[in-house]
Design a protein around this ligand. Structure first.
Ligand SMILES: NC(=O)c1ccc[n+]([C@@H]2O[C@H](COP(=O)([O-])OP(=O)(O)OC[C@H]3O[C@@H](n4cnc5c(N)ncnc54)[C@H](OP(=O)(O)O)[C@@H]3O)[C@@H](O)[C@H]2O)c1
Length: 330
């Protein structure tokens, strides 16, 4: 446990009758977590950030005025281990995830056993738990990364807590490891693409995700517990790369077809050396659709999601407000 424990409310007032007043955001200094923290603060909620290194991470991301609590999920495997961490909170948002295992930080501990213990702790105290997961987990997977996330979801469902699972498609935004790579590769004059990467992706804006999760924390009675979220445009990875490139470069990139076996090999090499966000789990995900079955994002936002890879004048809402049905593009 650590850090500053003074709660600093923002100027905004949360709506009356909502279940949340103090929200613990685990992984609150990460890509998704930072946007959740900002959206919660903008709605007048008191936020505590959970991090392995709260002092350093809060300073780095401009949250130095927020209280932080030290949390190492690989050490929090029993409900009782969570007692002091969740103390004084009404809602816990779990934005923790690892791309690769390091020592005791295994997929099973971080994505499955710790969230299971957290859910038990929330159930015992009547706290709401919002868990950020991923799309595409229901199909059988070889990747232990994907299987651990699937098992984490199953543990939540069995917990008896006021649980909510949020499954975003791929995210775009400043500062994300994967998002940075996609933007970088999009600028290349050649896009290496395996034919197997044919799954459709509904890329969404990470700021929209933060707002959607904050609204879910405030919703007294959400109509469903599982929230699949995506942006307005559904494209393959190649289509997204082309759309993002078109924002910056007049000429389209040349598509270089690489064999699926080579893509799979590259994914394993990246996992072995902990380089790039391309992992074996992501190779599996690219081969299946990564789109919400029912997109809950417009309902959670109360507006149309931001568009990705569309020039500003053509962007976003119709006068009626909601171009909700996703459009499938190249
Ligand atoms: N990015 C996407 O496009 C995307 C899309 C769908 C789903 N997701 C899922 O969303 C989750 C978060 O993704 P992200 O992009 O925000 O990742 P991220 O930027 O890497 O953030 C993850 C956070 O988890 C925390 N963390 C890692 N290991 C931990 C541990 N052992 N104990 C406690 N905290 C730990 C880290 O916080 P500290 O370093 O401060 O400890 C880190 O900031 C992941 O599960 C990911 O699979 C992401």
């Amino acid at each position: 446990m650590g850090a500053l424990e003074v709660l600093v409310p923002s100027d905004a007032e949360p709506p009356a009758g909502h279940p949340a007043s103090v929200v613990l955001v685990l992984g609150g200094a990460g890509f998704i977590g930072r946007h959740v923290v900002a959206a919660l603060r903008a709605r007048g909620l008191q936020v505590i950030v959970g991090s392995r290194r709260p002092h350093r991470r809060l300073r780095r991301h401009g949250f130095a005025d927020l209280p932080g609590r030290e949390a190492h999920l690989e050490r929090l495997l029993d409900a009782d281990d969570w007692r002091t961490l969740v103390e004084g909170c009404d809602v816990v948002v779990n934005c923790v995830g690892i791309l690769r295992e390091r020592g005791r930080e295994t997929y099973d501990r971080v994505h499955h056993r710790a969230p299971a213990a957290l859910a038990a702790a929330c159930a015992a105290r009547g706290l709401r738990l919002i868990h950020v997961s991923a799309l595409g987990l229901e199909e059988p997977a070889h990747s232990r990364f994907l299987r651990s996330k699937h098992d984490g979801e199953a543990a939540l469902r069995a917990s008896g807590a006021d649980w909510h699972i949020v499954r975003p498609s791929l995210l775009d935004g400043e500062g994300g490891f994967g998002a940075r790579w996609i933007r970088r590769v999009a600028r290349w004059p050649v896009h290496p693409l395996p034919p197997g990467a044919s799954g459709r992706i509904a890329m969404l804006d990470v700021g929209d995700l933060g707002e959607a999760i904050a609204n879910l924390a405030l919703d007294a009675a959400p109509p469903v517990r599982e929230h699949e979220l995506g942006g307005l445009h559904v494209r393959t990875l190649g289509g997204h790369l082309a759309a993002i490139r078109a924002l910056h470069a007049p000429a389209p990139a040349r598509r270089l077809r690489i064999p699926d076996t080579l893509a799979r090999l590259v994914a394993h090499v990246c996992d072995l050396f902990h380089v790039t966000p391309f992992s074996y789990g992501h190779w599996e995900l690219l081969q299946r659709d990564n789109c919400p079955r029912e997109n809950r994002l417009p309902a959670l936002l109360g507006r149309a999601p931001r568009t990705i890879g569309v020039p500003a004048p053509a962007a976003n809402a119709t006068p009626e407000g909601f171009p909700i049905a996703p459009r499938t593009l190249s």
